[in-house]
Design a protein around this ligand. Structure first.
Ligand SMILES: [Zn+2]
Length: 100
């Protein structure tokens, strides 16, 4: 038992969902499904699908972290009338498109 609640707080802080949870908020901004896009982390250089990012928080404020180094890759904040997308942790995003 932890009377300070510090252990429970740490468990909540460590809880995350995979990047598929970004599909809804990103679909408001982009016409394509960005969870299938491949991002390159600005901090460690690793690449992987947006769906593999570790997403903390609950909409309207989501923080997606690199599964390799833990740094922030992108943030989404949904405010009334605006969606704020902070992608400073992403060097590049390869977005798959239909070729027909
Ligand atoms: Zn990284």
């Amino acid at each position: 038992m932890d009377p300070t609640g510090a252990t429970a707080g740490k468990a909540v802080q460590d809880a995350y969902q995979d990047g598929n949870v970004l599909a809804g908020p990103l679909s408001e901004i982009f016409a394509v499904d960005l969870t299938a896009a491949v991002s390159r982390c600005a901090h460690c250089g690793s690449t992987g699908p947006v769906a593999a990012l570790r997403v903390y928080g609950h909409a309207p404020s989501l923080v997606a972290r690199c599964p390799h180094c833990g740094e922030v890759v992108l943030r989404i904040v949904r405010a009334p009338g605006n969606a704020w997308l902070d992608m400073r942790g992403t060097v590049a995003l390869a977005v798959p498109l239909d070729t027909d």
